[in-house]
Design a protein around this ligand. Structure first.
Ligand code: CU
Length: 138
């Protein structure tokens, strides 16, 4: 009987220890994320959040940099007065159309091949008016 009781106690304290770990781990990774968030003047890269402002007729920033094969989420923020979108030619993907004053989060998978690829707005005429950009993969 006494052994069984001991066993139960041990298991309970193990469970409690596991619980403490579960709390500690997210705190540590939050700290790590905070540390990694520093420098770099260019947009994009590893885990950083990328926001692209769209207006007539440009992207800001015009060039974004991502890692090969990465799943990338960009926030497309339309600060202009017309609809715009974001087309990446090499992967033949186009974001949803974004209304003026709206933002859309759009996720794509970066090409696995390093390089610099063309992007543009598919609204007729916008590309010709200079609404183009670059996707830099490295
Ligand atoms: Cu446009």
């Amino acid at each position: 009987m006494a052994t069984q009781q001991n066993e139960r106690l041990t298991r309970r304290s193990l469970l409690r220890r596991a619980g403490a770990l579960a709390v500690a781990v997210p705190a540590v990774s939050a700290l790590l994320a905070a540390c990694g968030g520093g420098g770099g003047g260019t947009s994009g890269g590893g885990g950083g959040k990328i926001t692209i402002e769209m207006s007539e007729y440009k992207y800001n920033p015009a060039t974004i940099t991502v890692s090969p094969g990465a799943s990338v989420t960009v926030t497309l923020k339309n600060v202009g007065t017309l609809q715009h979108d974001y087309h990446i030619d090499v992967i033949n993907q186009t974001s949803p159309m974004v209304d003026p004053g709206k933002s859309v989060d759009w996720t794509f998978t970066a090409p696995s091949q390093a390089g610099t690829y063309d992007t543009w707005c598919t609204v007729p005429g916008h590309k010709e008016l200079g609404m183009v950009g670059k996707l830099e993969v490295k």
